[in-house]
Design a protein around this ligand. Structure first.
Ligand code: FES
Length: 103
């Protein structure tokens, strides 16, 4: 069973931005979308590029700089190919100001 792991301060993730965290060897992105925190794998399911480094956030989506795949950060769903597999997503919460990811 996984549990929530504190990775930093929730205030560090500003609206419209994403930050990358290493949680037990997993590279996980956290973004704030419409005030809500979302957490998703930072590894593009197409060919494994990192999304946050060089990717572009547009509303609820993030694009991959390598070949242009676009993913929904809240659901992990593919919005634009060439990727076909969705991103894994994770539970995320703010607890007394701490940012916690469920892994
Ligand atoms: S590795 Fe991300 S679109 Fe190809």
């Amino acid at each position: 069973m996984g549990g929530f792991v504190t990775v930093g301060q929730a205030a560090d993730v500003a609206e419209g931005q994403a930050k990358k965290y290493d949680v037990n060897g997993q590279e996980i992105g956290v973004a704030r979308v419409g005030g809500a925190l979302v957490a998703f794998s930072d590894i593009c399911t197409h060919r494994g590029c990192n999304l946050i480094d060089g990717g572009e956030i547009d509303g609820t989506t993030i694009s991959c700089e390598c070949h242009g795949s676009v993913f929904d950060m809240a659901t992990g769903a593919v919005v634009e190919s060439p990727a076909v597999e969705p991103l894994p997503v994770f539970g995320v919460r703010e607890q007394d100001g701490a940012l916690q990811i469920e892994v």
